[in-house]
Design a protein around this ligand. Structure first.
Ligand code: RIB
Length: 313
């Protein structure tokens, strides 16, 4: 059996309303439905890696409260052990308030991170017994940056490939990026990382090249515009898979998980991005974050049916 993936990151309770439109400041809109859904970028990515067929462990923190119980239960239901999810007394479980626009599936998200931001470097210690059975470690930016930096340093020191999903948008310095083999931002996250304006595939590739100078391969998630890979001196554009979007929440998480799974299996970077692109597309066809993480058959079915051609840029 091949080695697994370690995910270090956030776990949130998503409070989701489906709305006829995204309200502007001061506006009051009647929603068409409400759901409480398991979310958080770290937990979403762990669930997605598992669904895509890779043994996965999640290191995360909740509060010692009802929402924490709910989320640990959901994780186990989705097949990911909650044994490395610690409880932070005095902190509340992270919560995300999400408005999904009914016709387009686009969203706005406000997160109160709670226990996620109470994680410390000492919380990484339980991973000491996990490095030998993993080949990749996956991080995001929804927990303290010193935990991300030290976690990646330790994982790489134990021979794992390190991947950073650079969400949500945060300014981070080179001393963090240098610990990663693969960095995957969306357009807004790429703007936060580089200070450059991204207005299409060409500008995304140009900004991504800045990050590759730190030694990382960069994969930019561009939603309806597909994805861009900058690897060594080469840049490629991957057109989007065509699907009917009902909720884009968690699509980036499915994408990054797909990338991690494919790379962990030894795929060529270009094929890994294609697999990730299909995983992200599949996720937008289902409402909610963790409920929308696709399984392997769905992703391979989409790839087989559409096979969009990548092009060098
Ligand atoms: O990436 C989507 C996730 O971002 C949601 O599940 C929400 O919890 C926020 O963390």
């Amino acid at each position: 059996m091949s080695k697994g993936i370690l995910v270090v990151g956030s776990i949130n309770l998503d409070m989701v309303v489906i709305s006829p439109r995204i309200p502007g400041p001061g506006e009051n809109v009647h929603a068409h439905g409400f759901r409480m859904v398991a979310g958080g970028k770290g937990a979403n990515q762990a669930v997605a890696c598992h669904r895509l067929g890779t043994a996965t462990s999640l290191l995360a923190s909740t509060g010692d409260d009802y929402f924490g119980d709910f989320l640990s239960g959901k994780l186990e239901e989705y097949g990911v052990s909650a044994s490395l999810v610690s409880r932070k007394p005095g902190s509340a479980t992270g919560v995300a308030l999400i408005v999904v626009e009914e016709d387009t599936g686009t969203n706005t998200i406000v997160v109160d991170p709670g226990a996620n931001m109470a994680m410390t470097v000492a919380d990484l210690d339980p991973l000491d017994g996990c490095y030998d059975v993993a080949c990749a470690a996956l991080f995001q930016l929804e927990i303290p940056l010193e935990v991300v930096r030290e976690g990646a340093r330790r994982a790489r020191g134990r021979g794992l490939v390190t991947l950073l999903d650079a969400g949500p948008p945060r300014q981070v310095n080179a001393s963090l990026i240098e610990h990663f083999d693969v960095v995957s931002p969306n357009e807004k996250e790429l703007e936060a990382l580089t200070g450059k304006v991204i207005d299409g595939v060409e500008s995304a590739a140009a900004a991504a090249r800045d990050i590759t100078r730190a030694g990382a391969t960069v994969v930019v998630k561009m939603g309806g515009s597909g994805a861009v890979l900058v690897d060594g001196g080469e840049a490629w554009h991957f057109p989007p898979y065509q699907v009917k979007a009902v909720d884009t929440t968690g699509a980036g998480d499915a994408f990054t998980a797909g990338l991690a799974v494919a790379l962990a299996e030894g795929a060529h970077p270009g094929d890994a991005v294609d697999f990730a692109n299909a995983a992200g597309a599949a996720a937008v066809t289902v409402v909610g974050a963790q409920p929308s993480m696709p399984d392997r058959a769905t992703v391979e079915g989409l790839r087989h049916a559409q096979a969009p051609s990548r092009r060098r840029i």
